[in-house]
Write a protein that binds this ligand. Structure first.
Ligand code: FO1
Length: 314
């Protein structure tokens, strides 16, 4: 069975890591959101691509989920001392990734080619694919702070501004990367990772042609919410601000034209009936995956659930 995951940052990386532990590189790849990308001090930063890459390489910082474990901050501290504005934490080894990515992009390579080179150098066997080689930038429109670039909203303002709507600048001209088209078309099972639906999965789904491919696939999602709260990040807060009830039923309903199944947490078992009434099959299990053992266990359940749905769809 060939599986492809759609992922954002930390939550997505964790499930992708579990799947990568169980499936061979030819049977599993990940398409990653690049709407969070930005240029910081002239460097091309791809936070979600790096979070997924570092996690699959086993070098991610286990406390934050992003960045590299044990990284030092000499460059950042020195920048601060000489007056450089510092609102985004970059470790020294992480800086090396951004410098090299920027060099390779400036030499004319596509982001997907650069990602292939960088992940290979990290020893990642599975393919990590940026959603597009074109520039798409997530813009968060807020009640009091106007339009913010995603990292400004997320890191500089600590996702405190109230969100009114979200847009993906450049999306009209974006195309799924070549590797993305190939892997998505080959896939038997597509998994939406437990990532923020509005700012991690939606940018991927907004790319021309993606929804059309998915309409012919068996697709399952893993909820990013437990007991109405986000495991990490602003998904629940955003849902409330955008007029949704923050729960796993809302997630199922939000994806209902694309998914056939959803994994929710056992603590949300009472939402199963409402999910069933949307025509979606649910599986209630433990979806909290803080470590590799838990990531592998959930990935096993995802694969088994997906196989059952594939058999039903035949
Ligand atoms: N998240 C933060 O909350 N604060 C940071 O300073 C920060 C730095 C950072 C550096 C590199 C990287 O790859 C990710 C980083 N993140 C940071 C995480 C990132 O902003 C978010 O995880 C994603 O963009 C949302 O998926």
């Amino acid at each position: 069975m060939k599986v492809i995951a759609l992922a954002g940052g930390v939550g997505g990386a964790k499930l992708a890591n579990g799947l990568a532990q169980l499936l061979q590189p030819e049977d599993f790849s990940v398409i990653v959101n690049t709407g969070d990308d930005f240029v910081y001090s002239g460097l091309f930063i791809s936070p979600d691509l790096d979070t997924v890459s570092y996690t699959l390489a086993g070098i991610n910082d286990p406390k934050n989920g992003w960045g590299i474990a044990g990284d030092t901050h000499t460059v950042l501290d020195s920048l601060k001392k000489i007056g450089h504005p510092v609102w985004f934490t970059l470790g020294d080894r992480d800086f090396a990734t951004h410098i090299e990515r920027t060099r390779l992009i400036s030499s004319g390579l596509l982001l997907s080619e650069v990602t292939r080179i960088l992940t290979k150098r990290l020893g990642v066997a599975h393919q990590i694919i940026p959603m597009t080689d074109q520039s798409v930038r997530t813009q968060v429109n807020t009640e009091k702070n106007g339009t913010l670039a995603f990292q400004e909203y997320f890191v500089k303002y600590q996702y405190q501004p109230v969100v009114t709507h979200i847009t993906f600048s450049g999306i009209e001209d974006a195309r799924l990367s070549e590797a993305g088209v190939e892997k998505l078309e080959q896939a038997d099972l597509v998994v939406f990772c437990p990532s923020n639906p509005f700012v991690s999965i939606d940018p991927i789904l907004a790319i021309q042609g993606v929804r059309e491919i998915l309409h012919h696939k068996t697709v399952i999602a893993v909820s990013p919410l437990i007991g109405g709260k986000t495991i990490k990040g602003p998904a629940a807060k955003m849902m409330q601000e955008l007029g949704y009830q923050p729960n796993s039923f809302t997630i199922a309903n939000y994806y209902k034209d694309l998914i056939q199944g959803i994994l929710i947490d056992s603590r949300d078992v009472e939402e199963e009936e409402a999910i069933r009434q949307c025509g979606i099959i649910s599986l209630a299990t433990d979806i909290l995956i803080p470590d590799v053992i838990a990531q592998k266990r959930l990935a096993q359940e995802v694969i088994k659930f997906g196989k059952n749905l594939l058999l039903r769809n035949r």
